[in-house]
Design a protein around this ligand. Structure first.
Ligand SMILES: [Zn+2]
Length: 395
């Protein structure tokens, strides 16, 4: 199917509903009714909407369409320019002193190197202003790609034990940054605080201590945008079951459960994430494909998976994009979302990940739209806000 073709025009209108009505008169219209909303100091709020039937390429459509991201790490989203500035500010030695050099160092080599990069990034984050800065830059990048809402993973225990940073410091920075990006760009961020499975590698005395700490700060942060407890770090050798008590505590407090599972370990890790941690959404989850019963279970119980295609290739989960199971999982009825994980570390963006859908996974426009919408529908926003966002996006 050919993409619907529209050109862009700027309308000054503070009533999106009026735009919806006007667009509904176009029988051909299938896409989002408001592609973007920006602020203009002369016009006030400016809505960018599709109008006349002039050609718009599929890549332009993917670039401009509103997006939601459910699996992206704040610490893994810091651009090399920012890291360089932070390192200078705090006199931290980096393995390279230029943006190009850092960009090369960022590129994934193996999991050990990946952890090394993460630790170095963490060492450069010390003050409230540092955390505010990285959230602000993250929000600016969201606006650039028209990502309107993101559930962003953050690892409190790494900052506590690698760098000795108190919860008030990072959380004040996160909260200020989150408010600024909402005010300046109109984009929204909520947090997934994740327990690091192998926290003892980051100087914590035991995984129990790290899990206890992370769950506590996640619950404390519920009034300021923490919506879920995650589970990250080394998956192989660190099964989900021992973390059950902290997920129980978090769920009782009203947090959602969104552990990583089925990336560097197989179906048994996913089964345990569901049964022991009550996973409502799975980070990665792609290795469910190795167990037909599990694929059927995910489809039947409508447990969505957060797929990160380029991350999977860079980490060697699959040898090539052609062998990636995204399409097979979708065809088997699993609810699929597409995400970017650690964009600069994998040299990607959410827009580029979505562009893989037609280029690699043979998805037509209807299917691209369905996958984009899955991210809105399976987000942890309250039901009424989710519905409102769906309407804002799709009319
Ligand atoms: Zn991840």
């Amino acid at each position: 199917m050919k993409p619907v073709v529209y050109t862009l025009s700027y309308l000054n209108n503070d009533k999106p509903a009026a735009l919806h009505t006007c667009l509904q008169n176009s029988s051909e219209f299938r896409g989002p009714s408001v592609i973007a909303r920006t602020r203009n100091f002369l016009l006030g709020t400016v809505y960018i909407v599709p109008t006349c039937p002039f050609p718009m390429s599929l890549s332009d459509y993917i670039r401009t369409v509103p997006k939601v991201e459910l699996h992206v790490h704040l610490e893994g989203s810091i651009q090399p320019e920012t890291l360089l500035a932070l390192a200078k500010r705090h006199r931290v030695d980096l393995p390279a002193e230029t943006v190009e050099g850092l960009r090369a160092w960022y590129q994934f080599q193996d999991f050990h190197h990946f952890i090394e990069v993460y630790v170095k990034i963490t060492e450069c984050l010390k003050t409230v202003e540092d955390f505010e800065l990285i959230v602000h830059e993250f929000g600016a990048e969201m606006a650039r790609q028209n990502i309107r809402y993101a559930e962003v993973t953050f690892s409190p225990s790494s900052h506590r034990w690698i760098n000795g940073i108190h919860q008030d410091t990072y959380f004040t920075g996160l909260t200020r940054g989150r408010k600024r990006v909402k005010d300046e760009y109109g984009v929204e961020i909520n947090w997934v605080f994740d327990i690091v499975r192998n926290a003892e590698h980051a100087g914590c005395e035991s995984y129990q201590v790290a899990a206890d700490y992370t769950t506590g700060v996640a619950i404390d942060g519920m009034q300021d945008g923490v919506v879920a407890l995650g589970l990250g770090g080394l998956e192989a050798g660190y099964p989900p079951a021992p973390f059950a008590p902290w997920f129980d505590r978090a769920r009782k407090a009203g947090l959602h459960s969104a552990p990583h599972a089925g990336e560097l370990a197989g179906p048994e890790s996913i089964w345990s994430a569901i049964r022991d941690l009550g996973a409502e959404r799975l980070g990665h989850g792609v290795r469910a494909i190795e167990d037909p019963d599990l694929v059927a279970y995910l489809a039947e119980h409508r447990i969505p998976i957060e797929i990160n295609p380029t991350s999977n290739i860079r980490l060697g989960v699959y040898p090539s994009m052609e062998t990636h199971p995204l399409r097979r999982l979708y065809d088997a009825g699993v609810i699929v979302t597409v995400n970017s994980d650690d964009p600069p570390l994998f040299n990607t963006t959410l827009t580029e990940e979505i562009a893989l859908l037609p280029d690699v996974f043979d998805c037509d426009l209807d299917l691209i739209n369905e996958i984009l919408l899955n991210a809105v529908r399976t987000s942890f926003l309250p039901g009424d806000r989710r519905k409102q966002m769906e309407v804002e996006f799709w009319g």
